[in-house]
Design a protein around this ligand. Sequence first.
Ligand SMILES: Cc1cc2nc3c(=O)[nH]c(=O)nc-3n(C[C@H](O)[C@H](O)[C@H](O)COP(=O)(O)OP(=O)(O)OC[C@H]3O[C@@H](n4cnc5c(N)ncnc54)[C@H](O)[C@@H]3O)c2cc1C
Length: 405
Amino acid sequence: MADFGAPDLDAFRSDVRGWLEANYPAELADPKAKTDPEAVWGGRRFAGSSDPQIVWMQRMAAKGWTTPTWPKEYGGGGLSPAEARVLEQELARIKARPAVLAFGIWMLGPVLLEYANEDQKKTHLARITKGEVRWCQGYSEPGAGSDLAALATKCEDKGDHWLINGSKIWTSYADKADWCFCLVRTDTAKKHEGISFVLIDMATPGVETRPIPLISGESPFCETFFTDVKIPKENLVGRVNGGWEIAKRLLQYERQNISAGFGEGGSAGGASGDLAVIAKQYAGDDGALSDIDLRGRITRNKMDFQTLRQTIARSAAESKAGNGPSATTSIIKYAAAEFAKERSELMVEALGHQGLGWEGAGFETPEIVATRGWLRTKANSIEGGTSEVNLNVVAKRVLGLPDPK
Ligand SMILES: Cc1cc2nc3c(=O)[nH]c(=O)nc-3n(C[C@H](O)[C@H](O)[C@H](O)COP(=O)(O)OP(=O)(O)OC[C@H]3O[C@@H](n4cnc5c(N)ncnc54)[C@H](O)[C@@H]3O)c2cc1C
């Protein structure tokens, strides 16, 4: 699609504004309005739900705006990067809730657009844009985390179907997901060249999930077991033994999206709210924070995030204008994870004793959120590839350094 000049963008902005006024559900504009917190992830469980969050998702999906830059033929909005930016700004202006949060949008969809055949695109992409199917990621295994290519889940060609046996671990939301994009071993003689990328319906007989509780009190991920699971031949994406290239590409999209979620206002950075404002409230100061050292560290963290946000925006624009994300997403993922962990540490420090709240009458909800968020941020430098592994990617793929002897 041709890029728009400023006057056309102004017209587009005014259309978006009018549409949002007419279509953003009034219930969602009320911060006290109750919606099912799971609804924003969509999926089979919510198909046809009248929850205002689902109504919002469906209205955005009908415009193609849950995936603004994807092609219209697959349910996307067909917008140019400049138009998508305008939409983003207008959604932020009215503080709109996300229409849908989806691994399908952040990770799977972009690689299906690159690697899937036409039937697979037609079947899966539109369902993702409409929030009808919730996806999970079956990558890690008990013996394959950082060394992902050591994965052993076996996938055998049985003529008219694939037969899968093995297990995955740390599969986020596997117990709530409808489908799983999964790395499997189709050749045991070769490591990287023996991996394939398949799509598995979680309702298939032989699929079992067991939630794993975390230190933060949450249980967002599961062990996932596959016992004699039969999947159709057409559920293989790309070529047999060609899954490693797709797997790596997907990780770049994952790292790009994880980074975008960190920081103030982001959903992945632990406690929410302006760190400096909260610190001042707890210090009881009217003006500047009296603890000069804490003030300096909060200021530096805020500046780091500000710089990071600009870098993320630049990198996202480069990615949209070029060939998608590159290995530089590892730089951003690394920095975002470390800044987010530091921000949460500062938050707990600023809250003093109240920063140790777990539950009970002595603690307000934001304090409990801060404590639990702080524990959750410990995972920031593990999920989507650990900080050490991302530094290795930067060394090899960005700086071109040789492998250590
Ligand atoms: C919140 C969260 C959500 C997750 N969700 C999913 C999901 O949905 N699907 C999924 O498949 N996985 C998921 N994971 C798993 C995640 O991808 C793995 O935990 C991660 O890749 C690390 O693997 P591991 O836990 O096996 O650690 P290991 O690989 O055993 O690493 C242990 C330590 O050794 C270091 N290390 C390992 N190799 C090297 C090396 N070559 N050089 C330097 N240091 C090294 C690591 O950095 C780490 O500190 C999730 C993890 C978390 C924390």
